[in-house]
Design a protein around this ligand. Structure first.
Ligand code: 3HC
Length: 303
């Protein structure tokens, strides 16, 4: 069944080569998913060779882990590894039909990445963004071909969570959108079309949810109480463990987008800002006896 709002699938283009911009954890997870499901060449790039090498090594390592779990044959391992390459030179993207970016969550950085890509790819190549919260319309606004830009937003862990938010910008055309839905299906994700609104749907809700937990702690409730309060509802993980999975800095960027759009509904916690600036990555840690405890250094940031 065609997802609600998806254009006629006959408009979709075939994707024979994928580019991934960024070689961080999210980008690595994306590259792995694309190579596994599409079995086409996937080239990754980043700002320096060291990051690219680390990204390729991560993907190869994940392929080995899948093989160790018996999910890939030795032949498939070799085939998939050979399909993943890294290149500092974006000319390697020249024949890519679908390029997805997962770089730093800042509009000017993403616009710059797309502008540079446009110098290399064909006029029909899809430029997809895994942005968590930024406007697809604005990201596309300075391009020669804004009609090829789509939001393609995955959820952590990418290999496990089935949801994919597909976002249509004001100028996105039906062929780009149809291709995005086709690729979503090839990736075995459940695609939903969402409005190009700040943080789309899922992160808008999650940000409010995590923000209220933080606000409760700001007001003096211990993390131990606030973070576990919803345990009886059977959530897969507590809000602060989810924050760790998403990455506090990413979560804070999304929160800033929401605050700018809806200042009356999304506050900025000064304690949370200090937590991100201190480069802390987790609220919870394990003590000497193996018990889960709130990291005393984190608790101190809230005092
Ligand atoms: N990376 C990759 N795979 C992971 C993983 C990780 N970090 N954590 C768990 N997995 C895999 C495991 O390997 C296992 O796979 P297998 O069955 O093939 O062996 C599978 O997930 C289930 O893992 P477990 O049995 O160990 O653990 P759980 O049953 O507790 O599930 C979970 C783990 C899937 C992470 C679950 O806790 C969950 O769904 N949590 C909520 C995650 C969530 O809400 N994510 C959305 C965040 S928002 C976001 O990403 C948007 C961004 O823009 C900010």
């Amino acid at each position: 069944k065609r997802p609600a709002g998806a254009p006629d699938k006959s408009l979709a283009r075939e994707v024979k080569k994928v580019g991934v911009v960024g070689a961080g954890l999210m980008a690595g997870q994306l590259a792995l998913l694309f190579v596994r499901r599409l079995e086409v060449p996937v080239v990754i790039t980043d700002i320096d060779q060291e990051r690219i090498d680390r990204g390729v090594a991560y993907i190869h390592g994940e392929i080995d882990k899948l093989a160790a779990k018996g999910r890939l044959s030795p032949d498939a391992v070799n085939k998939l590894k050979a399909l993943v390459t890294g290149s500092l030179d974006k000319a390697a993207f020249a024949d890519a039909d679908f390029v997805i970016e997962a770089v730093f969550e800042e509009m000017s950085v993403k616009q710059q990445v797309f502008a540079e890509l446009e110098q290399h790819v064909s006029a029909e190549a899809i430029l997809a963004t895994n942005t968590s919260s930024l406007s697809i319309t604005e990201m596309a606004s300075k391009l020669q071909h804004p009609e090829r830009v789509v939001g393609f937003h995955f959820f952590n862990p990418v290999a496990v969570l089935p949801l994919l938010e597909v976002v249509r910008g004001e100028r996105t055309d039906d062929a780009a959108l149809a291709t995005a839905f086709k690729v979503g299906k090839q990736l075995k994700k459940s695609s939903v079309l969402v409005k190009d609104a700040p943080a789309f749907v899922v992160n808008r809700l999650l940000t409010r949810f995590m923000g209220e937990v933080i606000a409760t702690v700001d007001e003096g409730t211990p993390f131990e109480v606030a973070d576990n309060a919803l345990e009886p509802l059977g959530l897969p993980m507590t809000p602060m463990v989810l924050l760790q999975l998403v990455g506090p800095a990413v979560a804070q960027h999304v929160n800033e987008t929401m605050h700018a759009a809806y200042p009356d509904r999304f506050g900025i916690s000064a304690n949370m800002q200090r937590f991100v600036e201190a480069r802390k990555t987790a609220v919870w840690t394990t003590d000497d006896s193996g018990k889960q405890v709130v990291d005393p250094e984190v608790a101190a940031l809230w005092e």
